[in-house]
Design a protein around this ligand. Sequence first.
Ligand code: AMP
Length: 133
Amino acid sequence: MPVDATLPYDDANVFARILRGEIPATIVHEDEYAVAFRDIAPQAPVHILVIPRGAYVSWDDFSARASDAEIAGFVRAVGTVARAAGLVEPGYRLLANVGAAGGQEVPHLHVHLFGGAPLGPMLAQGAARARAR
Ligand code: AMP
């Protein structure tokens, strides 16, 4: 079920629990600002989630409230993870879903990093394109 990304942060969400070490994850990168781990239901040969350590619901929340250091640290971590995964030369895709229309299901900001194969059209074909504006 998509979340309402305007709600306050809920520290019971699954990524908060991964950050606290309460549930396992296949972690591929950790630093002061970010943690990256493999998506539990990968949608590409490489599908990694990068999350900030701070309690931010979405890209909207993060871009509005995070410090410059947190934003820089998080953005750099996404690049570091992609380089470490060998994705720069073949290419890759980043995606951050926000709220209901974006299909966001976990209310802790995460950037999806997809790679390892040609990724096809940017969006699923159909309704979204029909209503493009
Ligand atoms: P989104 O729809 O953008 O909120 O994406 C949430 C993503 O989190 C989905 O791709 C899920 O497969 C992934 N996910 C949910 N629970 C876990 C988990 N415990 N470990 C790793 N990935 C997860």
